[in-house]
Write a protein that binds this ligand. Structure first.
Ligand code: HEC
Length: 103
């Protein structure tokens, strides 16, 4: 009982501090987390398939412009407008950089 009363709050504290440190992980790790959402559709190398376009290896500026235009609604899309809205300018830059470096 004594261990449980101390152990549980300690465990919760440790677990929550884990979650708190994840979003502020260094740039490279953080962009991998952000890109995980994109990879669900575009593939781990951004290769695309069927109706999903390839984004891996595209020019960084082109990816960034597309994302910004999806977000603003200037570029029409079925699904990308919704995804782009969830990212800040800085995060879109990181994602554009990340996918542009793929084969
Ligand atoms: C649910 C599936 C899905 C997810 C998740 C997704 N995309 Fe897309 N993406 C698409 C589809 C489909 C298109 C084609 C445009 C449209 O109809 O929405 C597209 C188009 C694009 C394009 C334009 C490619 C071109 O050459 O026209 C870029 C860039 C892009 N996505 C980047 C991303 C990034 C970065 C993420 C993560 C933030 C992401 N996508 C997440 C499905 C997805």
């Amino acid at each position: 009982m004594r261990i449980n009363r101390v152990g549980l709050p300690l465990l919760l504290l440790l677990t929550s501090s884990l979650f708190m440190t994840t979003p502020s992980a260094n740039g490279i790790e953080r962009v991998k987390i952000l890109a995980g959402n994109c990879s669900t559709c575009h593939g781990p190398q951004g290769q695309g398939y069927e109706v999903i376009p390839r984004i891996g290896g595209l020019d960084k500026d082109d990816i960034l412009k597309l994302l910004k235009d999806f977000k603003s609604g200037e570029e029409t899309s079925t699904i990308m407008d919704r995804h782009a809205k969830g990212y800040t300018q800085q995060e879109m830059e990181q994602l554009a950089d990340y996918f542009s470096k793929m084969e």
